[in-house]
Design a protein around this ligand. Structure first.
Ligand code: ADP
Ligand code: MG
Length: 642
């Protein structure tokens, strides 16, 4: 039986490769690289590369053209047909090892494709268990179904209700079954058909809404349908230039940029599931970890790359990654990437290198919010995109119980202990603090008090962070003390309780934090300690509570009233409303179109249970000042009645 070792960095072929055995000089002149048994006798580099050079001298000169030509044929099945004629016999050989060893030379020699990428490769029970054992359970979908989604932009395709409503091919459908995703989440219902018809997408949805699969499923599905195209040859070409096996530059077909290593790893894990039984090899690169190991992993083949921006620039500058054939670009948590200062790296990657321009590649941006900076990025990176606004879980359904309690600074610790004692011992509690020092101090305190806890913040080494996260997830340390930055984007499921030991000053941050609980329809609890120091968030917090139909403490109401009248000049740049984090700023030029019936007053729209779309409008409006120029609300009473 053909053997498949997919995507496991500790997999057998990787381990063997690391041994660096010296078989018989098949290693393309280096004589050093181990060729796995299933790839031997393939006449490796010694003749393969030569043949390649003769065959395709044009490569060095015009790789871009070659790349672009392939786009014209995105839907052209001729390439796949071309792969088809190899028959199943070659499949096992190609698999993983094909990249590390002589498989590519075989390709060159025959000057034809190995396989049909749309057909599943052989199953592998061990790998299957490894990938899918920890899949989800207990999703509260009824609640989740209520979330409003609004799509704007020209010729938007209808959304799907089931994964079967759109043809994503055998491999994807099989893997969806294995993950036990029974139904698409709201963002998936809308994003999947949009991406499937090759439209660019700007999607605003909160953490935990299922964005990862929303882009991975249709992107991978398209890669399977269309095959590797020129990317595969480009990689071989570069291997030839370098004259050694395993030193090839990789040309991923798809790139996913993510802000943090934890998030990148999560996407990578999800990608491995949906790449199971396919020819696509996902890779991940991120800072703070050994680059040598990441490079070696890339050299084994990389079709879908998940990367943090800084590390990717490094890889590009080292000549390890070329983006010439990157047909699919995804920016995940784009707002967070900008917050973290990655814009120069992102522009370097997308605009100042060899990536196909917008309109040629397909680009998808995901963000929890849609502030001005993201609008600009969307304008620069996306072509005629569809804008998707997905309602917030915490606002439109009552999945998260939000409590705000008045606690003076000095009482916070004892109050926290009370809360922890009230919560069951096995449920995971996430405690947010403002500073790294505060995180350390609180962890020490809890530890001294006999609680199994750990902490995560920006000063922790990569290893420490991973270890802490593992301890938390596994339940060994069911209390995690975190700073906002360190916790961003983490998919920590089953968090029962989020405690804002220190409230943020920013309501978006608040929404992000409480989104750690009640994820994908599970019920959760969020408790926030409030005192004089938090007056700046009073009004926004009140709005959120009202909107989510939560109990509002009367002192908060009075405070908000005072606050509003003290500082009427305060900008509303961060205002959420109506259950959406944002709105398509391109809409509603001239004012009325997008906002029609809900503009009349602050109690008519998003407050008090509006689940529709109209009320949400002004979230985008305020972001829009000074950019795009679509809105003109001067002189009129705004939605808030001011
Ligand atoms: P986001 O990127 O929006 O924060 P994720 O993609 O990380 O959200 O998904 C959150 C969780 O929901 C993950 O554990 C994921 O496995 C799970 N999930 C995603 N889509 C589905 C689905 N259709 N059915 C069940 N669970 C899902
Ligand atoms: Mg995500």
């Amino acid at each position: 039986m053909s053997h498949v070792v997919v995507d496991n960095p500790h997999g057998l072929d990787q381990q063997l490769a690391a041994l660096d055995l010296n078989p018989d000089g098949q290693g393309g002149g280096t004589g050093r690289r181990y060729i796995p048994p299933h790839l031997r006798n393939k006449d490796a580099a010694k003749n393969g590369f030569g043949g390649y050079e003769n065959k395709d001298g044009g490569w060095g000169g015009a790789p871009r053209d070659a790349a672009y030509n392939s786009f014209g044929g995105r839907n052209d099945r001729s390439k796949s047909a071309f792969f088809n004629d190899r028959g199943a016999g070659s499949r096992g050989r190609y698999e993983r090892g094909g990249f590390g060893g002589g498989g590519n030379s075989r390709w060159v020699e025959d000057s034809r494709g190995e396989d049909d990428w749309s057909k599943p490769t052989a199953p592998n029970e061990r790998l299957e268990n490894e990938l899918f054992s920890g899949s989800n359970t207990g999703i509260n979908f009824e609640k989740y179904d209520d979330i409003p989604v609004e799509a704007t932009g020209s010729n938007c395709p209808p959304h799907i209700e089931s994964f079967h409503d759109v043809d994503m091919g055998e491999i994807i459908m099989g893997n969806i079954t294995l993950t036990r995703y029974t139904r698409p989440t709201p963002v998936q219902k809308h994003a999947i058909p949009i991406i499937k018809i090759k439209r660019d997408l700007m999607a605003c949805a909160q953490t935990g809404s299922g964005k990862t699969a929303a882009f991975l499923l249709p992107v991978l599905s398209q890669i399977y349908t269309e095959g590797p195209g020129d990317a595969l040859q480009a990689s071989k070409s570069s291997g030839q230039e370098n004259g050694r096996y395993g030193r090839r530059k990789q040309y991923p077909i798809s790139l996913v940029l993510a802000p943090t290593r934890e998030l990148a790893l999560q996407i990578y894990d999800e990608a491995k599931k949906f790449a199971y039984r396919s020819h696509v090899r996902p890779c991940v690169v991120y800072g703070g970890a050994d680059i040598g190991q990441q490079i070696r992993d890339l050299e084994r083949g990389c079709h879908l790359l998940v990367a943090t921006p800084g590390r990717l620039v490094d890889m590009m500058e080292r000549g390890k990654i070329g983006l010439d054939h990157c047909n699919y670009l995804v920016l995940d948590e784009a707002d967070r990437m900008l917050d973290m200062g990655f814009e120069p790296q992102i522009r370097r990657i997308v605009e100042q290198d060899t990536m196909p321009p917008k309109g040629i590649r397909q680009t998808m941006m995901f963000s929890a919010t849609f502030p001005k900076e993201i609008q600009i990025l969307a304008r620069d990176f996306l072509e005629d995109y569809i804008f998707l606004a997905v309602g917030r879980v915490g606002s439109t359904s009552e999945n998260i119980t939000q409590k705000v309690v008045w606690v003076e600074e000095n009482d916070k610790r004892s109050f926290l202990l009370d809360l922890l004692n009230a919560t069951g011992k096995d449920s995971l509690t996430l405690v947010f603090v403002e500073t790294k020092k505060g995180a350390d101090a609180l962890e020490d305190f809890l530890y001294r008090e006999g609680y199994a806890c750990t902490s995560i913040h920006g000063d922790r080494s990569q290893r420490d962070r991973e270890e802490a996260l593992h301890q938390f997830r596994s339940g060994r340390c069911p209390i995690l003390v975190a700073t906002a930055v360190a916790a961003r984007g983490l998919d920590i499921s089953n968090v029962k309780h989020v405690i804002n030991f220190d409230l943020p000053s920013d309501i978006e941050e608040y929404v992000h934090r409480i989104g750690r609980t009640g994820r994908v329809g599970n019920l959760g609890l969020a408790t926030s300690f409030f005192n004089d120091k938090n007056s700046n968030i009073t009004k926004d917090l009140l709005d959120i509570l009202v909107e989510a139909k939560q109990e509002v403490p009367s002192w908060l109401e009075s405070l908000a009233y005072e606050h509003q009248h003290k500082s009427t000049s305060r900008g509303r740049s961060k205002r959420f409303s109506g259950g959406f984090g944002a709105r398509d700023y391109r809409q509603a030029s001239g004012g009325s179109g997008g906002f029609n019936s809900n503009r009349s007053g602050r109690n008519a729209g998003g407050h008090g249970g509006n689940r529709g779309f109209g009320g949400g409008g002004f979230g985008g409006n305020f972001y829009n000042d000074g950019y795009g120029g679509n809105y003109n609300h001067s002189g009129s009473v705004d939605w808030w009645g001011n």
